[in-house]
Design a protein around this ligand. Structure first.
Ligand code: FAD
Length: 321
């Protein structure tokens, strides 16, 4: 019998959240011969979501469409997931490490009396054994682990896996399931969903121009902004800059900031501390630094040793031409 994987789908802003698509992409790479099923819980589920999941590699989609599941609540979601796990007997249950995934997965693991792997950045196979790779100790070391138990419960780190830009999957087979909830399941009520007033979503940016302490002042960030605008991208920063309010806190990239996976990341006046670089999974990294020994050059595809205050205006002029 084919081994099975269950992927918990996260919906955000009326769309399948991109980290779920990244997880599907990764699973299709690693588990080519396994049956990958996405599970979609909610109310008034959209066919578009099911089709997107299929396109990105879910061969099957299991849905639970109930008013009680309109908003994420631990108890009913756990109950529905336990139903599916019992029915499907997957070997791996995985959710993108957004807030919901990180709440749900440990609860499911506890129900099965096993531990789980949180925020993994890579998954590999050693024969039949699944291996999980998780950065630890401020991202300066990598934990490589197996999990006990018949079912492995896992979350992925935000931005850890690339999304396939040209997905070739087809229309998935859809199964509707049902579960009933009693008063105790609904003991916690959804009251209100309040959106943060102003957040910068760097995760979706295809281009990021980031500045570090070498920018040397709030006003000097203007050239970073102009370059980002010219390239149709976003401004990012290190904690050294957000701590002193040269730019908004939400633009911080790294361990305590956002994880990003742009096509192009340009880092100017940034040393390349592991806490910053761990948040970046870019296709191409360009670094500009006066110090040729700066660690960022170890990560960079292209490096320019020089003064960013001289180089960035030249780059801007060239792009305008
Ligand atoms: P610096 O390390 O001071 O580097 C500045 C660089 O600019 C130098 O390499 C210098 O050569 C270069 N430079 C100077 N002038 C110029 C010029 N004119 N032109 C070109 N180059 C120039 N940091 C984050 O960014 N994100 C995080 O999420 C994060 N989380 C952290 C969590 C913990 C628990 C801790 C302890 C730290 C964390 N940090 C984080 C901080 C991190 O360790 C570094 O201190 C920070 O990233 C350094 O920022 P920087 O590269 O801008 O500054």
């Amino acid at each position: 019998m084919m081994s099975k994987i269950l992927v918990f789908t996260i919906i955000r802003d009326e769309q399948v959240e991109e980290n779920t698509l990244g997880v599907l992409n990764k699973l299709n790479e690693v588990f080519a011969n396994w049956e990958i099923t996405a599970v979609l819980l909610g109310h008034k589920l959209k066919d578009d979501w099911i089709q997107v999941l299929g396109k990105h590699g879910a061969k099957k989609v299991i849905t639970f469409d109930k008013p009680e599941l309109e908003f994420y609540l631990s108890r009913p979601y756990v109950k529905a997931m336990l139903e599916i796990i019992k029915e499907l007997q997957p070997k791996l249950v995985i959710a993108a490490g957004m807030v919901y995934g990180e709440d749900l997965i440990p609860r499911l693991a506890v129900h099965h009396g096993v531990s789980c792997a949180q925020r993994v950045t890579d998954i590999t196979l050693d024969g039949e054994e699944i291996i999980f790779h998780t950065p630890v100790r401020d991202d300066q070391a990598m934990k490589v682990a197996k999990i006990e138990g018949l079912v492995k419960f896992v979350t992925s780190r935000t931005g850890a896996f690339f999304i396939n830009e040209n997905p070739t999957g087809g229309s998935p087979e859809v199964t509707q399931m049902d579960v009933s909830f009693d008063e105790e399941d609904m003991i916690v009520k959804h009251v209100e969903l309040r959106k943060a007033e102003k957040t910068v979503n760097l995760k979706d940016a295809k281009v990021i121009v980031a500045g570090g302490r070498g920018v040397a002042g709030k006003d000097n960030f203007q050239i970073i902004r102009e370059l980002a605008d010219l390239l149709g991208g976003e401004v990012g920063a290190t904690r050294a800059c957000t701590d002193v309010h040269w730019v908004e806190e939400s633009r911080e990239i790294g361990q305590t900031g956002q994880s990003v996976s742009p096509d192009l990341y340009i880092g100017a006046g940034i040393s390349g501390a592991p806490q910053h670089m761990s948040g970046i999974k870019a296709k191409t990294i360009i670094a500009i630094n006066t110090d040729e020994g700066a660690p960022i050059f170890n990560y960079a595809d292209y490096g320019i040793v020089g003064d960013m205050h001289v180089i960035l205006p030249i780059l801007k002029k060239k792009l305008e031409e």
